[in-house]
Design a protein around this ligand. Structure first.
Ligand SMILES: [Zn+2]
Length: 177
């Protein structure tokens, strides 16, 4: 929380809103429920409209960018994706405009808005706090607010404990065999 609040003071923009938007974008795929907003142009347009982001843009571009960002975020705690994400991202509509004499990133569509949020967080050094829960059936994107960026699971109460229980069962099984 402190990191985001500091950004507001220093820069005048709301880092928390960027975190929220970026996480919502990364979580358009839901492993637990096996749903993907980007499977369908209509659900993608609805997603963009609900957030007031204007035009949605093509869902396949958004998906390519989202999946690349998710692969990087997963690697933030050492889990390597099966395939390395490409360096170039489909970027939607992003412009740099002068706002009262200050250059600002401005998005013209939903993908541009999500990527502009990611870029602003990266500039302030918060990008590595964007993580993906490594539990296979979870893979939920979250923001690591811990002081030393040490958080691994989306929610220690749910995934962390589940993982501990699984490890315990595996140890118990191998000890028994
Ligand atoms: Zn999780």
């Amino acid at each position: 929380m402190a990191a985001g609040a500091r950004a507001v003071q220093e820069t005048g923009w709301d880092a928390e809103r960027d975190v929220e938007l970026l996480l919502a974008f990364l979580n358009t795929v839901n492993m637990t429920e096996a749903t993907d907003v980007l499977d369908d142009e209509l659900t993608w347009r609805q997603w963009a409209a609900e957030r007031g982001l204007g035009a949605a843009g093509a869902s396949h571009k958004a998906r390519a960018s989202r999946d690349a960002l998710r692969a990087v975020a997963l690697a933030h705690h050492g889990v390597q994706a099966a395939t390395a994400p490409p360096d170039g991202l489909p970027h939607g509509s992003i412009r740099i405009e002068l706002s009262a004499g200050v250059p600002v990133l401005t998005a013209g569509d939903a993908l541009g808005a999500a990527l502009a949020a990611a870029a602003r967080l990266a500039v302030l050094g918060y990008w590595e706090r964007i993580k993906i829960c490594p539990a296979d059936d979870c893979r939920w994107a979250f923001y690591d607010r811990s002081r030393n960026r040490s958080r691994t699971w989306c929610s220690m109460r749910v995934c962390g404990n589940r993982e501990k229980a699984r490890n315990w069962r595996e140890r118990a099984r191998s000890a028994a065999s």
